[in-house]
Design a protein around this ligand. Structure first.
Ligand code: SAH
Length: 356
């Protein structure tokens, strides 16, 4: 029988397993503590448990690991980009960033993505699978082990659409914030979505304290539908209504991500339309110079981003420009994984070649 991945089990599920095994309830808490606070990687190291129990656990459960396939460290700042190999041989990317307020980690939520945003490298080869709660946690634990630091905040902005992997992400939040485990306050977590409206509303109702970041990228429905197919299902009006609802329910200001793309979404008219759309909303706009990817011809000049910011400010919209970290290792998000998959496929003989 295949062993169960114990890192994905919340404390109450672990308690149920202990009851089934005829163990007292407090054992679950002990094990949970070894896994998520001390972060041991083998049952043999759980020295407060009897040898017999450790061996039993090892027969029923496994403690998965991620393998560092590549590690790119910026020579400009302390940004480190990891390409992690998952237990089944797939790859995801994780980025460690150093801010004055602490260490922040950007994690992936899926292998690939089915959302199809035109400017995004993560979605070009499509969707492979969802990450499990354990694989979400392991990006933090393995990075902490490698970098020898404690992660202070988290952004779900790597490969994948977090709200398209809703159940696992929510389970991950429970594990992450459990005071018996890693114990991170969800106020230190930001979730970025391309705009799955019903899920935004569901998340609002849960009142978890997570900050919501929405990838808006255009105030205009026809243009947004061209670059982000999700807009055909959930147009801008519905998306912004859901953002208002999120603020009402949680009291947390929503961030609007806006990748500035020359000739696509940054005219004076765009600024005006955006200001009208956001009028009266508790939000702020984060302008991102678009990161060029090999497959598309999207660019943004620094002066375009600055001009667009000025126009928005004049119109009363609070807009910042995202600070670029690790610019020397800035392979656009998803590009490292695509390279790795390409290499793996080139080595293999069976599946008829790579994705490129
Ligand atoms: N699926 C989620 C989270 C992953 S993408 C989402 O869409 O929000 C994280 C952020 O990076 C999003 O704002 C996304 O639109 C942006 N992004 C993707 N590709 C980009 C690129 N080439 N240049 C700039 N921003 C990009």
């Amino acid at each position: 029988m295949e062993r169960m991945d114990i890192l994905s089990l919340p404390l109450d599920a672990l308690e149920a397993h202990m009851a089934e095994m005829g163990e007292p309830k407090f054992r679950a808490k002990q094990i949970f503590n070894w896994l998520h606070q001390k972060q041991v990687t083998e049952f043999a190291k759980m020295t407060t448990l009897s040898l017999q129990l450790r061996e039993r656990l090892d027969r029923i459960f496994c403690i998965n690991r991620l393998n560092i396939a590549r590690r790119l460290a910026s020579s400009i700042d302390d940004t480190v980009k990891y390409l992690y190999e998952l237990p089944d041989g797939n790859f995801v990317e994780t980025v460690l960033m150093n801010y004055h307020h602490g260490k922040s980690l950007c994690i992936s939520t899926q292998v690939g993505c089915r959302m199809g945003c035109q400017f995004c490298a993560s979605t070009i080869a499509g969707y492979v699978r969802d990450l499990t709660p354990a694989e979400l946690l392991l990006q933090i634990y393995e990075t902490q082990r490698n970098a020898g630091c404690r992660i202070d905040s988290l952004v779900l902005m790597g490969i994948g659409e977090p709200l398209d992997n809703f159940e696992n992400v929510i389970q991950f939040f429970r594990l992450l914030s459990d005071p018996n485990g890693f114990g991170m306050s969800l106020r230190h977590v930001t979730l970025s979505t391309c705009g799955l409206v019903p899920r935004i509303r569901e998340l609002a109702d849960m009142k978890l304290g997570v900050t919501l970041s929405v990838s808006l990228h255009s105030p205009d429905n026809s243009r947004r539908s061209e670059i982000m197919p999700v807009n055909r299902r959930y147009p801008v009006e519905e998306l912004l209504d859901a953002c208002r609802y999120y603020f009402e329910k949680t009291g947390r200001r929503v961030t609007m991500e806006y990748a500035v793309i020359d000739g696509v979404n940054c005219t004076k008219a765009d600024a005006k339309r955006l200001a009208e759309r956001l009028h009266g909303m508790q939000c702020h706009v984060n302008l991102i110079p678009v990161n060029p990817i090999a497959e598309r011809d999207f660019r943004s000049l620094r002066q375009t981003v600055e001009r667009f910011q000025k126009e928005l400010t004049t119109l009363g919209v609070h807009a910042t420009i995202r600070r670029t970290l690790g610019s020397d290792i800035q392979a656009a998000c998803g590009q490292l994984r695509r390279d790795a998959d390409g290499r793996k496929n080139a080595r293999g003989t069976s599946d008829g070649g790579g994705r490129n």
